[in-house]
Design a protein around this ligand. Structure first.
Ligand SMILES: *Cc1c(COP(=O)(O)O)cnc(C)c1O
Length: 402
């Protein structure tokens, strides 16, 4: 046994390269926004989660600076020891008000919120039923909980019902997990039907509003509000890092749920509280969401314009085959600012992403293992100007012929 025990790492990387799954990081050299600097180039940004343009808004930035001056850079400990500030409680109250829930609890990231909530809600004797396309944090939360986790095919309510009929009785508690907006597809979960099944089979429902909060619903409360389910008994989680432009996560729901999480969620108890700057920035962003509904209106007018243009471009052509020296794509169904152009393979998506970058457009090139099929992922912002949306359409027309 004189083998190098680390030799597998290079072999593993070589496999990743061969599959065109290799990833690297590229720094953004400017403030976040509809236009960013990257590698010395000015790019129109269709790749961020900053849907309302709040990550570079002066008001949350000022709030973060003021909080840093008042309370320092770090929370210095768990919320239960020295890491709790009045700002945290203000933020939790603001989230509960936005969501119209009894209470909310802020975690140091959305990922940690899912890990902690799921591990608290279910254990070894329990069942999790989860949409196959759910976010990584929901999947890993299920593993951490020790519950039996079964995936159902994406958004297929009948399949979920069949699984409940077959398995529900054999377990103590049951938790249904779903993204509200599917982050790599852009479609929505059928929340009212899921809540009906939850009621019928005595299941808890946890919905991940990471891409819904600030974006969907008349007041920006998310997909729960969009479907008119506000006030129903369910568990809502989300992030402060997308439309809110900060960092952190939350769970919103009943007062007893939040109380239990404070006592049981390991990823809340045994981690450092959110920094004063992040907390204050998120509070500032929620105030803007409440006071400036016109931002959401602008976002949706951009989304609807781009979706219509992409649909027109995509009409009639079959997916999956290369034509006219360009890359063939088809638009996936979307009801959100996430618009995905599905392509035949990972290499085409990487090349298409580079071709668009050369024309001054930044998009996401999303490949397995993140998603089952490769795609260009376009995310629309409230702060995109019509000319910038048109530039994207032109870029796709030139370089991604159908
Ligand atoms: C981004 C995201 C998360 C994680 O949130 P972070 O605050 O970035 O850790 C969880 N769920 C979904 C669906 C997401 O898109």
């Amino acid at each position: 046994m004189s083998q190098n025990p680390y030799a597998w790492i290079e072999k593993n990387l070589a496999t990743i390269h061969r599959a065109s799954w290799y990833r690297t990081v590229t720094p953004i050299e400017s403030k976040p926004g509809a236009v960013v600097q990257m590698e010395g180039e000015t790019l129109i940004n269709f790749a961020s989660n900053d849907y309302l343009g709040l990550a570079g808004d002066p008001r949350p930035m000022q709030a973060a600076i003021a909080a840093t001056k008042a309370y320092g850079t770090g929370a210095t400990g768990s919320r239960l020891i020295t890491g709790h500030r009045e700002l945290h409680r203000q933020l939790e109250k603001a989230i509960a008000q936005l969501k119209q829930t009894e209470d909310a609890i802020v975690f140091s990231s959305g990922y940690l919120a899912n890990l902690g909530a799921i591990a608290t809600l279910v254990g070894k004797r329990d069942l999790i039923l989860a949409d196959r396309y759910n976010h990584s944090s929901l999947k890993n939360g299920a593993i951490l909980s020790g519950a039996t986790a079964i995936d159902y095919p994406h958004n297929q309510i009948e399949a979920l019902k069949t699984l409940l009929e077959k398995h529900r009785e054999s377990y103590r508690r049951c938790l249904i997990l779903t993204d509200s907006v599917f982050s790599m597809d852009g479609d929505l979960c059928p929340l009212p039907q899921i809540l009906d099944l939850g009621a019928e089979f005595s299941c808890m429902v946890l919905v991940d509003e990471a891409h819904g909060t600030g974006v969907l619903g008349p007041s920006g409360a998310g997909v729960v509000e969009h479907f008119g389910c506000t006030g129903e008994q369910l568990i809502q989680m989300g992030t402060l890092s997308k439309a809110l432009g900060s960092l952190g996560g939350y769970v919103a729901g009943s007062a007893v749920l939040v109380d239990l999480l404070r006592n049981r969620a390991p990823s809340w108890i045994y981690t450092t509280g959110l920094s004063p700057a992040d907390t204050a920035a998120a509070l500032g962003a929620i105030a803007i969401i409440r006071e400036e509904p016109q931002r959401r209106a602008k976002l949706w007018s951009n989304v609807n314009y781009l979706k219509q243009r992409l649909q027109e471009m995509g009409e009639g052509a079959p997916p999956g085959n290369k034509k006219n020296g360009g890359w063939s794509w088809s638009l996936l169904p979307s009801e959100s600012p996430i618009l995905c152009l599905e392509m035949s393979d990972a290499l085409s998506v990487v090349k298409a992403g580079s071709a668009l970058k050369a024309t001054g457009i930044l998009v996401g090139a999303v490949r397995p293992p993140t998603v089952p099929t490769s795609r260009i992922r376009v995310t629309v912002m409230a702060t995109h100007e019509p000319a910038q949306c048109e530039h994207l359409v032109q870029g796709l027309q030139c370089h991604l012929k159908r």
